[in-house]
Design a protein. Structure first.
Lengths: 198, 73
């Protein structure tokens, strides 16, 4: 991992922002779960939409006849109600996926975990407090699509940070280790300056 | 009685739908990790919701709910 690569990352995320971002802090990487995990979660919804479209074109007349309805307005009405709630659920899934994020900055790592609509856990870790970084890619699909877990052992209050199903965990590990070394040397420099001034 | 029950259920359903929209848009706009994407997603959600709501209200007004309540209850 070179400084040039880090500069490229910084450029990519320069328009990004998050709550409590410090003035001298630059976002280097924003990570989310791999897109395939979102597809898996979204699949039942797609099946429901396909069923709804199928029902709209084939089952409506049959159901109207079965329930002795003069027109299909009631069935169309029920279809729109189901469609409205599928639409909402799709966006709730999106929020759950999109808001589960890990933000790596030049100072710290911020772990944001969204649980449903009303619960969000946010924890952060100073880069200099990282003790160990481990990656795990387990299974056929994760191996082929290169996604997996990354575990960070810390000296802080929350002992273990887990990046779940992130794309290319090896590359992220290299980046974190590089940033950790820089943070430690920066800390050492600061301490030296402080000691000299005392 | 059945008619009132159906109407109350429908308006509760509408209330949940509208509140769901408001909460999702609030989340999207306050998280603000990527402002443009948040705006786009909110616009997509609201335009889709309004469209579905128009269809829903159109069919709602075309139904004889007295007859439906007799059929159901």
């Amino acid at each position: 991992m070179t400084n040039r690569e880090i500069q490229q990352y910084r450029k990519k995320y320069r328009h990004y922002d998050f709550r409590d971002k410090k003035k001298d802090e630059d976002i280097i990487l924003v990570l989310r779960r791999h897109w395939i995990t979102f597809i898996f979660k979204f699949m039942p919804l797609v099946v429901a939409v396909v069923f709804l479209v199928f029902a709209h074109y084939t089952l409506a007349d049959w159901l109207a006849e079965w329930f002795f309805l003069e027109d299909v307005a009631l069935l169309r009405f029920l279809e729109t109600v189901i469609a409205m709630f599928l639409w909402l659920v799709a966006f709730i899934f999106w929020i759950d996926y999109y808001f589960d994020a890990w933000i790596i900055t030049n100072h710290r790592i911020v772990d944001i975990e969204q649980l449903g609509l009303f619960k969000r856990n946010v924890s952060e870790l100073e880069l200099s407090k990282i003790q160990d970084v481990t990656t795990e890619i387990h299974g056929i699909l994760p191996t082929v699509l290169k996604y997996g877990y990354l575990y960070i052992q810390t000296a802080g209050k929350k002992e273990r940070f887990i990046f779940k199903e992130i794309p290319d965990p090896m590359r992220v590990r290299r980046l974190i280790v590089h940033l950790q070394k820089r943070a430690i040397s920066r800390e050492a420099q600061r301490l030296t300056v402080d000691n000299k001034s005392v | 009685m059945g008619y009132i029950f159906l109407m109350v259920t429908y308006f509760l359903l509408l209330f949940v739908f509208v509140m769901g929209n408001i909460i999702i848009v609030y989340h999207l706009l306050t998280f603000r990790l990527n402002k443009n994407l948040a705006l786009f997603t909110s616009a997509l959600l609201l335009s889709g919701s309004i469209l579905l709501l128009i269809f829903n209200i159109y069919y709602f007004l075309n139904i004889d709910w007295q007859e439906v309540s007799i059929l159901i209850f």
